[in-house]
Structures are given as C-alpha cells and as structure tokens.
Ligand binder design. Structure first.
Ligand SMILES: NC(=O)c1ccc[n+]([C@@H]2O[C@H](COP(=O)([O-])OP(=O)(O)OC[C@H]3O[C@@H](n4cnc5c(N)ncnc54)[C@H](O)[C@@H]3O)[C@@H](O)[C@H]2O)c1
Length: 426
C-alpha cells in the first residue's frame, strides 16, 4: 500500500472533518484527495483545508462511485440512514472503508455491509471510537492479564448530558427514529460493543431492555412557554433554553460544538446563531419538537458461562458522555471513572491505580473523544500501510455481532419480553 494513504471523505460534516485532520498531524501517512457532500459550505471548507483539486469535489457520494477508483480508502461520515448504500457500492469498487457508526439502521443492511466488505477483500473499520481510547484498551489488557480473575459482572453507565441530549436527541439530527435511528443504536452501539469486547468472545444468550422518552414531551411544556426560545417569556427558568445552550456560548467566543452544528452553512457568530435560533430546528422549544427517541434506557444481558452485564443510558446528567464502568471478577474489581482505572485485589485488599498516555498530536488533543478519534484513524491507516487488518478491533465480524445485540435489546424493549439471542455461524 503506497504512503500516504489517499482518502475520499464522503460526508464532510463534523465527523468527516475531524478524521481528515489526521492528515495535518501525519501528512506522510494520510492525504485527503476527494470530497463528496451536498452542502457547499462543508465541501468548500474541507476542500480549502486539504487543497483538494476541483475535479475531485462532488455534491453526492454517487459521483464518487461513477468515477474510476482514484484513492485507496473512503471515510463514510454521512447521516445514519446514508451509510449502507455508499459502503456497499464503494466496497465493491475496491475502496477500503472507514464507516461511521452505526453501521446501518437495520440488521439486514449491517449484514450486507459486512458481507460485501469481506467478499470484496477490502478492510472495513467501523468508528466505534471508544475501542481506540487508551483507557478502554487498558481495561481489556488488565482483564486479559487476569488482574480481576474471571469476569463475572459488567456494569456500564452512559451519561448523555442534559444539554447534549436536548441538542442532538430532541432538537437535532438524532431526535426522530424514522429520520435517523433509535437511541440505543444511535448513541449506545458503542457501549454494547464495549460490553461484548470485555466479555471476551463469550456469546450473549439472553437480553432484555426497558426505556422511554421522558420529560421532552408536549405535556411537560411549562405554561406560558413559547414555541421558540427567543420569543419565550419563561426561558430564564428553562435549563434547556436554546439561548443558554447556543447564544450564551457564542457570546463568550465559543464557536465549536454544539454552536458549530447550529450554523452548519456559515461561520458561527452572534448574528448567525441568532438567525438560526429564530428560524432553524435548534431554536425550538424542547417540549414542542418532533422527537421520539428514548431519553433513558437500560439493557440487561446474560452471556455464556453466567457472565451478566447491565447497561444504563440516561439523558439527565451533568457529565457529557463520560462513561463509568465497573467490572467485577473472581479475584478483584475494576472501576473506571473517566480519569483513571482502579483495580482492587480481593486477596491483598490493595488498590492499584492505572493511568494511560493521553497525549496525541495536533487538534486531537482536546478531550477524551479527540484522543480516541486520533487512535482510530491512526489504527486504520496503520492497518492499511502494514496490510494487517487484525489491528482493527471494530472490523466486520465483531461489529456486526455487537450491532445484533443492539437490535435484539431494542426488540426486547418494543416487544416487552426477554429475547433469546440467535446463534449465528459467522
Ligand atoms: N463515532 C462517533 O463517536 C460519532 C459521533 C458523532 C456522530 N457519529 C455518526 O457520524 C455520522 C455523521 O455525523 P456528523 O455529526 O458528522 O453529521 P453531520 O451532519 O455534521 O455530517 C454529515 C454530512 O453528510 C453529508 N451528506 C448528506 N448526504 C450526503 C450524500 N448524499 N453524499 C455525501 N455526503 C452527504 C451532509 O451534508 C453532512 O455534511 C452519523 O452517522 C453519526 O451518527 C459518530
């Protein structure tokens, strides 16, 4: 595989831009040579950042498919319902695929993607970024080293964050299942994937789930509230006010997420954010949106050998996405709070704290997600350059298996019953 790896970015939004930034840290390993996105602002921004020639800039992924193959790989960072078609078509053309999660929004489509990539002999890596977080990797190393003995129970908590949930899952792109996907798939496919990873190859036998959309419903609208926060007389008493989430931030000079999402076709400033809140989806009252995805959901699992696992996702938290995990083994207990890993040994009754190296180059150093994003792209590029797809921990087989858990958990919630997981021969 030649170096640098040449990549076409399909979907030049938030994720596409982030992954492309790897080329600034390592121009000798990655070069962005093509872009497809219907939004002129997003296209142009990425084109200028990476000096992509005009003939390689398209307003739709189909145009990439119609051209002779002109890169080694594609980053598919389109909206959830637009993953399957580009993944299947571009894999058949011989492109290696970095595919955003969720793989797709139905199990049939996820299966088709995995099978097509395997049959086409291309590398598929799904962006389960947490798998590439140094802390998460360390947890697996500790489990595999026997530090806590046999794993008996996994407890994993995902705090979405009160304003993050309002932004993405009430007003934003992932609010409505028919337009994107159900919350467990959109938000927590990472987490069931981690639980499966820590379960270490044991098959999940039974799964159950409960969950609902709480609070962000029409009947919870305070009396006197308006349809838009900018017109609302009771906005000062509302934690979810768009004025607080976006306008107050931009007034303090904050132009990154979530403000950048509100102004998706211009540079965010006070005027453009105000205009977006007057007319766009992010200025709507959270009690009057067309949202229907769960705000709180629990999943219980039983794996082979009696290992149990319990997962909770909840919107109503101060912390944003900073997972908390405890893994209980026959010899000790491992806990992780986002800052450090603690292993308590039952025999010695001593605790050992583990830190990891969170330093990465360039813009990726900002925050835990950024560090994991860096390692994700780095792993993909290394796998291609070395010809060793085994470096990838979120390839077709394991990702398909953890997506199946997500679909089975949601089936349990909808059908109000424990689901016995099917056995697959792959
Ligand atoms: N791995 C993670 O942790 C993580 C985090 C956030 C989002 N995501 C996933 O990443 C994907 C993208 O999310 P985002 O936040 O970047 O969204 P985004 O809206 O910022 O970007 C999506 C882009 O795809 C473009 N697009 C739409 N139709 C297209 C087409 N036909 N051809 C080419 N491009 C097209 C849009 O114009 C947009 O610019 C989603 O599936 C989302 O669920 C993953």
């Amino acid at each position: 595989m030649p170096s640098p790896i040449k990549v076409i970015v399909v979907g030049a939004g938030s994720r596409g831009e982030t992954y492309s930034d790897y080329s600034f840290a390592h121009p000798e390993r990655l070069q962005v040579v093509g872009i497809a996105d219907p939004r002129p602002f997003a296209r142009k921004k990425l084109q200028e950042r990476h000096s992509v020639p005009e003939e390689n800039v398209f307003d739709d992924w189909h145009c990439v498919a119609e051209r002779e193959k002109f890169a080694d790989a594609v980053f598919i960072c389109t909206p959830d319902r637009l993953h399957k078609d580009p993944a299947v078509v571009l894999a058949r053309k011989g492109y290696h695929i970095l595919l955003e999660k969720p793989m797709a929004v139905t199990l049939e489509d996820c299966t088709e993607i995995a099978e097509t990539c395997i049959q086409s002999g291309v590398v598929l890596m799904v962006c389960h970024v947490l798998q590439y977080d140094p802390f998460i990797r360390k947890i697996k190393v500790l489990i595999d080293s026997g530090a806590i003995g046999d794993v008996i129970h996994i407890q994993h908590f995902e705090p979405v964050g009160f304003y993050h949930f309002a932004h993405s899952f009430v007003r934003g792109n992932w609010r409505n299942e028919a337009e994107s996907s159900f919350a467990l798939l959109a938000k927590s496919c990472h987490d069931l994937d981690l639980i499966q990873h820590w379960a270490g190859g044991r098959r999940c036998i039974k799964i159950s789930s409960f969950g609902s959309l709480s609070h962000f419903r029409k009947e919870k609208k305070p009396s006197g509230a308006a349809s838009r926060c900018l017109d609302c007389s009771v906005e000062t008493d509302c934690a979810y006010s768009a004025k607080k989430i976006y306008l107050d931030r931009v007034k303090k000079g904050w132009v990154r997420w979530p403000v950048s999402v509100v102004c998706s076709s211009s540079i965010p400033d006070i005027e453009s954010v105000t205009e977006a809140l007057k007319t766009g989806p992010y200025g709507r009252c959270v009690y009057e949106c067309d949202n229907d995805v769960c705000s709180n959901q629990v999943v219980n699992m039983e794996f082979e050998g009696g290992l149990t696992a319990s997962f909770t996702m909840v919107a109503f938290t101060e912390e944003i996405c900073q997972r908390k995990t405890s893994i209980h083994g026959s010899k000790g207990e491992l806990t992780y709070d986002g800052q450090e890993i603690n292993v308590f040994d039952f025999l010695t009754q001593k605790s050992t704290k583990h830190k990891v190296d969170m330093n990465v180059p360039g813009s990726f150093s900002k925050g835990g997600h950024g560090v994991a994003d860096y390692h994700l792209v780095d792993t993909f590029i290394t796998a291609l350059l070395s010809g060793n797809p085994l470096l990838i921990q979120s390839g077709p087989k394991e990702t398909l298996a953890s997506h199946r858990l997500v679909f089975e958990a949601e089936r349990s919630r909808l059908e109000n019953r424990v689901v016995m997981c099917e056995t697959y021969n792959d």
